[in-house]
Design a protein around this ligand. Structure first.
Ligand SMILES: C[S@@+](CC[C@H](N)C(=O)[O-])C[C@H]1O[C@@H](n2cnc3c(N)ncnc32)[C@H](O)[C@@H]1O
Length: 145
């Protein structure tokens, strides 16, 4: 099911003027394109790419690259790091990274690698265990702890 409103990271980027009307935006791992659709509807210069839902989408260098709730669904820590690197390489001014890490193993979730498997069988990163990431993302990681 799609989201009817902009994601929190995009809302914050708009509110803090990181994204303004002239900003070029790449939504990296855009899912079904909820943010993309809304931003385009508001007149922003935005493209989106997702390996599952929009594999033919454009991955162009952009002033702002949004990596929203992507790293927490990647089970393999080296793929996680590569994804951060690939998105970062396209960011001309700012990269937004948001991760959901409040999943805990328990009744509904089963431990898997450094995260959990949800009832739908999808991987979700858990705050409890942190994998290896490139040094330059130490700050991002420290925010996720
Ligand atoms: C929870 S969804 C978030 C989608 C969107 N960013 C949002 O906020 O609605 C996570 C997305 O990450 C994508 N994804 C998984 N592995 C990826 C990778 N290596 N690079 C980019 N996106 C990836 C998935 O296909 C999925 O659409």
């Amino acid at each position: 099911m799609g989201r009817a409103h902009l994601s929190r990271p995009i809302q914050l980027a708009l509110a803090s003027n990181i994204i303004h009307p002239e900003t070029t935006i790449l939504d990296y791992g855009c899912g079904r394109g909820d943010d993309l659709r809304t931003l385009l509807g508001l007149g922003y210069d935005c493209v989106g790419w997702d390996p599952v839902h929009r594999s033919d989408g454009e991955r162009r260098p952009s002033e702002v690259v949004n990596l929203g709730y992507v790293v927490n669904v990647i089970e393999d820590s080296s793929e996680r790091a590569e994804t951060l690197e690939s998105a970062w390489a396209l960011a001309e001014r700012v990269m937004l990274v948001a991760a959901r890490v409040d999943f805990q193993a328990g009744q509904d979730f089963e431990d898997c690698a450094d995260g959990v498997l949800t009832g739908r069988g999808t991987f979700q990163r858990s705050r409890k265990r942190l994998g290896k990431m490139p040094r330059r993302f130490d700050y991002v990681l420290s925010c996720l702890r």
